[in-house]
Write a protein of this length. Structure first.
Length: 209
């Protein structure tokens, strides 16, 4: 009987499971990470614009809590959708089936349904690495360290703009609505930014393809 070694990094060599490129522990971990993504994706939504925690329970006169848009959460959520969609398209193309609606629950269910087939394909190790990385990334956004909460802003998404986006949401003097802005003056209300960011990432992906 011919044995194959799991291509992922291990403390010791592990034989691949029958009919799979991956070993049994990697298969279990991959399935667990996939099943966890929809719940973590939903939970991370509460971290998109968390209210800054007060240092003291007693409110100091004149102090105000600030809203903070967590760009890392948006990045992680966008990455989850993009990666799941990419692998679902790979499966659908090879098996001649349709890609499900673009949602984390739908894409995850689709990939779990075809997990045995995927695990037997040459890029199975890449698939496992990417899914595990998504799970770790979204976990870090749900329970970030203080340094991650105070991370610097990101470059502006407007083409040819060299400004930096400030992740701290400001309230407009006239509208009272929360918005973020870049150092060059571009401004978005938070709900606009949450919708805009995935569209910008998909456009960049299409251009670089």
């Amino acid at each position: 009987m011919e044995f194959h070694i799991c291509p992922r990094t291990h403390a010791k060599e592990l034989h691949a499971a029958t009919g799979s490129v991956l070993c049994v522990p990697c298969l279990r971990q991959l399935e667990g990470s996939l099943r966890a993504l929809p719940g973590l994706y939903e939970e991370s939504l509460h971290q998109v614009a968390p209210i800054a925690r007060r240092v003291h329970r007693t409110r100091v006169s004149g102090s105000r809590s600030k809203d903070h848009l967590n760009l890392s959460v948006l990045d992680a959520r966008c990455n989850i959708l993009a990666v799941l969609e990419s692998w679902s398209e790979f499966v659908a193309e090879k098996l001649g089936t349709d890609v499900p609606i673009r949602s984390v629950p739908g894409l995850t269910h689709f990939l779990l349904r075809h997990l045995s087939w995927l695990a037997a394909q040459p890029p199975a190790a890449d698939f496992a690495d990417e899914i595990d990385a998504l799970r770790l990334e979204i976990l870090r956004t749900i329970d970030p360290s203080p340094s991650e909460l105070q991370a610097p802003g990101r470059e502006c998404v407007v083409e040819d703009c060299t400004g930096t986006i400030n992740a701290s949401a400001q309230r407009g003097a006239n509208t009272g609505k929360r918005s973020i802005q870049c150092s060059s003056g571009h401004t978005w209300e938070i709900h606009e930014w949450i919708t805009l960011r995935p569209l910008v990432e998909r456009r960049r992906k299409a251009v670089s393809a």
